[in-house]
Design a binder for this molecule. Structure first.
Ligand code: F6P
Length: 323
């Protein structure tokens, strides 16, 4: 019987708990003994690794976050700690590892593989959706739904006053969350790091819209743009002449009851990951592409810069009807 372990690394996402549940179930079905590594690579180093059972995953499918904890481990970047991690896995005869994380986590994993040859499979998991080679990362749908809920609520108060709301989304250097939220929440302005913009170009249009009766504006901005959200709010006050407020959505975007899409994606990602390991694919990432699920070499994933979907970017510039 072979032993397989799973860990979560980097920013947690809603969908990790459903993934843990599927991991335990599908491992046992395949006659593998499942282990949980607690608190990401930190747990690998500190030997916080425990056998998992059905009981560990009962009642977690509906919960955000991750029951086994996550961490951004600085120690795992150092070779001496990776050696300790390997010794800990060896002591438990764990020969396969699944990592839920982003590309930083995958880089560490790849290094680990090169040094110690432990078979792994990565499952792209980040609300930022900024991993090359996959169109979808676990947790994105739940994050987008949290943002949708937030913007819809803010719209209620924005429309009651005559105000502009600048809503800042997460995403690190990537504008995906902001862009999709803009397109699906009907905001007037979207600023993301991937596209050049000139606020002056909006000035005439927005002023005209106020003249035509517009009461409020919603601007969705990505955390990775060069300006602070407060500067955008000041622009609304000074150039457009409308009172403004800033809402930084922050970590609420990372939590919440996982959506059906994320539960199903978790199920499929883990199934593909375990199948890959059983099929002796030693260093792959499970990617979700327009053609469906595909296994990709980790080199190609971590060494290719992420590109935001060109089709989505085009929509950002589509002219809006003036009210
Ligand atoms: O990578 C996910 C993410 O939520 C980013 O969008 C954000 O920039 C970052 O993590 C926040 O990190 P932390 O939770 O460490 O503050």
């Amino acid at each position: 019987k072979q032993n397989i372990a799973i860990l979560c690394s980097g920013g947690d996402v809603s969908g990790m708990n459903p993934a843990l549940k599927r991991f335990v179930e599908y491992s046992l079905q395949n006659n593998l003994t499942p282990y949980f590594v607690y608190d990401g690579y930190e747990g690998l180093i500190d030997n916080n690794i425990q056998k998992a059972s059905y009981c560990d995953v009962s009642g977690i499918i509906n919960r955000g976050g991750t029951k086994i904890g996550s961490a951004r481990s600085k120690r795992f970047m150092q070779v001496e700690y990776r050696n300790i991690a390997k010794q800990n896995l060896d002591a438990l005869h764990v020969t396969m590892l699944i990592v839920l994380g982003g590309d930083g986590s995958f880089r560490g994993l790849h290094q680990f593989y090169k040094e110690h040859n432990i078979k792994f499979c990565g499952v792209p998991s980040t609300i930022d959706n900024d991993i090359s080679g996959t169109d979808y990362c676990l947790g994105v749908d739940t994050a987008l739904n949290m943002i949708k809920f937030s913007i819809d609520s803010i719209r209620d108060t924005a429309s009651s006053f005559k105000r502009a709301f600048v809503i800042e989304t997460m995403g690190n250097k990537c504008g995906y969350l902001a862009l999709v939220s803009h397109l699906t929440s009907g905001s007037e302005l979207c600023l993301i790091p991937e596209t050049a913009y000139n606020l002056n170009e909006y000035e005439q249009k927005f002023k005209q819209e106020i003249q035509n009766g517009r009461r409020y504006f919603i601007a969705v901005v990505a955390e990775g743009i060069k300006e602070d959200s407060k500067e955008i709010a000041r622009w609304f006050e000074e150039k457009i002449g409308i009172e403004s407020r800033v809402n930084v959505l922050g970590h609420l975007q990372r939590g919440g009851n996982p959506t059906v899409k994320d539960r199903l994606m978790a199920y499929k990602f883990i199934t593909y990951a375990i199948d890959a390991l059983l099929d002796n694919k030693n260093e792959t990432i499970v990617c979700y592409t327009k053609e469906g699920f595909r296994y990709k070499e980790i080199n190609a994933v971590v060494n290719t810069p992420y590109q935001l979907d060109e089709e989505l970017i085009k929509f950002i510039n589509s002219p809006k009807a003036t009210e």
